[in-house]
Write a protein that binds this ligand. Structure first.
Ligand SMILES: Cc1cc2nc3c(=O)[nH]c(=O)nc-3n(C[C@H](O)[C@H](O)[C@H](O)COP(=O)(O)OP(=O)(O)OC[C@H]3O[C@@H](n4cnc5c(N)ncnc54)[C@H](O)[C@@H]3O)c2cc1C
Length: 459
């Protein structure tokens, strides 16, 4: 980093909050994706004013700035692909206020998801998005990627809970959006514009979140299927049956086999297993809902249909689901986790299509995911040092994205576009929509300093 810029940054954040050491630059060069690029320096910010002063400087000098929470993004969203300054928000980690009376929490962006969960549990409340990375990822990262999780079918994603934001714009202006109210139609919805914008439009420095009262009872069940179409049909029938499960997850055959090879869970090795949970305030209520779901399983030719008899049995099933990413990561040198999402009635078509693509390109694609909201995680498992397999993986991914869009779906349900899916944005979005997105980017960030190179916005 140029000495004058380095000194200016130190003047803003202090010596202890600046680094350009090699070991730190290597650490900041990547997130949880396959991409990496070293920045010139990183700064830990502690206030919105720090962020504002840094952005004013970077805007004047045309230096790229990449906001970063915990760096758990899976699509290269936080990779500093054009170098520059990494803006680490993890030290802005205060829960400013929990107001049960107003049903909201006000937090700084560096608060870790699980820390908010712990604080809310004390009041019998929770913040539902529940990403699997919740013990490490930050709420700022969740807002910037519109994170979701297993409870999406019933409770939605981060976007459904963000009531308002404080955002620092690329030219350093500090702006508030939204309000502390449960509803508002006052002006354009600027809050939602920033949710899922992957740090390309502004830096989030405060978040107002709606929170939910926590349910106290749950029932869990599983069903096996020898035929993917039956499983897919069961999912869509459940979702229009009048019962909304709090969780409805699917495990495909390759995933089940990998779980069995790496754990002692001994799951039935079938084409698909569906796992369901219903929640409420009494077991009478949750059992009643589960009976209806189990009827749908049976109507769609499920083999074994089993209700967990105890909390331990239920926990075992969720351990199986939660281990999927890790057990699949052990098979070959490389994994890439996709998160394509289709309309509910198209799940069976997507599952069948993934199987065909895997066969055609001779590459392992193990599928699992949030069946209840159409969001599947086909996980590519391959040897990234073998040029043939890398080529097959590329061709298979492109076909998966095309299939998803053809089925009326979207490239990403929760992980974002980042670098990984930027080349495919125009498959999903027509030229007019791409122009509007690029126009918004240019309006707010004419010098393209904020997280450049992401989401195909640079063109
Ligand atoms: C094992 C594993 C499991 C995962 N499971 C899930 C899951 O179930 N659901 C899910 O949705 N995701 C999941 N993810 C992906 C990831 O955890 C989420 O995308 C998460 O929201 C990223 O948070 P982070 O703090 O790590 O953000 P980072 O990775 O640091 O950043 C992500 C993006 O947000 C931007 N950003 C970060 N903070 C700010 C800010 N304050 N202002 C503006 N922009 C900002 C960054 O520039 C970047 O574009 C998983 C990842 C892993 C590794």
């Amino acid at each position: 980093m140029d000495e004058k810029i380095k000194q200016a940054l130190i003047d803003i954040v202090g010596e202890d909050n600046y680094t350009d050491s090699l070991i730190d630059m290597v650490s900041y060069s990547y997130d949880a994706s396959e991409y990496s690029q070293r920045p010139s320096c990183a700064v830990w910010v502690e206030t919105a004013e720090h962020v504002s002063n840094i952005l004013k400087l970077a805007n004047r000098e045309h230096i790229p700035v990449v906001p970063r929470g915990a760096g758990t993004g899976l699509t290269g969203t936080a990779t500093p692909v054009r170098g520059g300054i990494v803006l680490d928000l993890s030290r802005m980690n205060k829960i400013i206020k929990i107001s049960i009376e107003d049903r909201l929490a006000i937090v700084q962006p560096g608060v870790v998801y699980a820390d908010l969960e712990k604080a809310l549990a004390h009041y019998g409340f929770f913040f539902p998005p529940d990403p699997a990375s919740g013990t490490v990822c930050t709420l700022g990262g969740n807002v910037a990627t519109n994170a979701g999780g297993v409870k999406g079918a019933k409770y939605g994603t981060t976007r459904d809970y963000v009531l308002g934001l404080q955002v620092v714009l690329p030219d350093g202006r500090i702006m508030r959006t939204g309000s502390r109210t449960m509803k508002s139609v006052s002006g354009y919805d600027l809050t939602k514009l920033f949710v899922g914008s992957e740090g390309t439009l502004g830096v989030v420095t405060e978040i107002i979140l709606k929170i939910n009262p926590k349910t106290t009872a749950a029932t869990t069940s599983m069903a096996t299927f020898d035929n993917l179409e039956d499983a897919g049909r069961a999912v869509s029938q459940i979702m229009y049956s009048g019962i909304i499960p709090s969780v409805l997850e699917i495990l495909g055959r390759d995933t089940i086999m990998a779980i069995n090879q790496n754990t002692d869970l001994d799951l039935p090795e079938v084409d698909a297993i569906l796992l369901a949970e219903t929640d409420g305030y009494t077991t009478g209520e949750t059992d009643f809902q589960m009976e209806k779901i189990m009827e749908v399983f049976k109507k769609n030719n499920a083999g074994e249909v089993k209700k967990a008899k105890s909390q331990e049995e239920a926990s075992e099933l969720w351990v199986a689901r939660k281990s999927a990413y890790a057990v699949l990561s052990r098979i070959k040198t490389h994994v890439v986790l996709e998160d394509v999402t289709v309309p509910m009635a198209k799940i069976a078509d997507l599952l069948k299509g993934i199987k065909a693509i895997s066969k055609k390109h001779n590459i392992m694609i193990a599928t699992y995911g949030h069946a209840g909201d159409g969001n599947l995680h086909p996980q590519f498992v391959y040897d990234g040092y073998d040029p043939e397999q890398v080529k097959s993986k590329g061709a298979a991914s492109a076909e998966l994205f095309q299939l998803t869009v053809d089925l009326g779906g979207t490239l990403t349900g929760e992980h974002g576009i980042g670098l990984q899916k930027a080349p495919f944005m125009t498959l999903e979005h027509d030229p007019a929509a791409m122009n509007v997105m690029r126009g918004i980017k240019r309006l707010l960030d004419p010098n393209n300093i904020l997280n450049p190179g992401k989401m195909a916005l640079d063109k």
